[in-house]
Design a protein around this ligand. Structure first.
Ligand code: GLP
Length: 231
């Protein structure tokens, strides 16, 4: 693992965007792996500023909520359609667990199969939750997990309530790539910004185990961790 500390939030996001350009350009036909959450806003903004248009015709999302209305502002399909596809002028296929052909348990199996067949993704962007979740793999998620329906941890629902009109509207379940799915990427870039993320990162590095999902990725041969705090 390579760890880079970049004290300025915007510059840290810009560094992740630069790695996205570098890694996806090394294998331009391969799909790319996208992430959501406020941390990723800066990454997509920087890609737009650089005028970057991914050559790949396929992009895989890590996860999405279960049970939101089609077109909901809170769905990660909507978020990535706006923040990535529309912003960069990219018109490829966006594969999102639980969405379109990937709805239902057969759909989730199809997502996993499509990810295997079209992959590996050249780069997978990652954030981390304050409780250590990666995508929606909550603490305790199996390290060999694949794409499936998951139950959200109360901490995750509380953290993400800020995006919803009312905390009761935060879904209780979601669809998520598994830790084994994520590990198939040719490269991983994890961006952890803000002191609130520090305990989760520290715990995974100092006492890796079943309750620290990041630990499942630490043996990856091309993992870059970018933080805006010292560890
Ligand atoms: C959500 C996503 C995660 C993301 C996390 C962090 O829960 N499922 O993939 O890493 O949020 O989000 P933020 O960047 O808003 O802190």
């Amino acid at each position: 693992m390579i760890h880079e500390v970049i004290g300025d939030r915007l510059m840290a996001a810009a560094r992740a965007a630069d790695l996205f350009i570098e890694k996806s350009s090394m294998n331009p036909q391969a799909p790319v792996g996208l992430a959501t959450g406020s941390t990723m806003d800066g990454v997509y903004q920087h890609l737009e500023q650089r005028g970057f248009l991914p050559e790949s015709s396929d992009a895989f999302a890590l996860d999405d909520y279960k049970g939101l209305a089609e077109g909901s502002e809170n769905s990660y399909f909507t978020e990535l359609s706006k923040n990535f596809a529309a912003r960069l002028g990219w018109s490829g296929r966006l594969h999102v667990p639980g969405h379109g052909p990937y709805a239902g348990s057969h759909g989730l199996a199809l997502f996993e199969q499509t990810h295997l067949e079209l992959g590996p993704v050249s780069i997978q962007l990652l954030g981390i939750g304050t409780n250590g979740h990666i995508a929606f793999n909550e603490p305790g998620a199996a390290f060999d997990s694949i794409t499936r329906e998951v139950e959200l941890h109360p901490q995750t629902r509380q953290d993400n309530a800020r995006f919803f009109a009312d905390p009761s509207q935060v879904p209780t379940h979601a669809y998520s790539q598994g830790l084994a799915t994520i590990n198939r990427a040719s490269s991983l870039v994890l961006l952890a910004l803000g002191e609130r993320k520090k305990p989760a990162v520290l715990q995974a590095l100092e006492s890796p185990g079943p309750l620290t999902p990041l630990a499942a990725l630490l043996d990856h041969s091309d993992l870059t961790l970018i933080t805006d705090f010292q560890l």
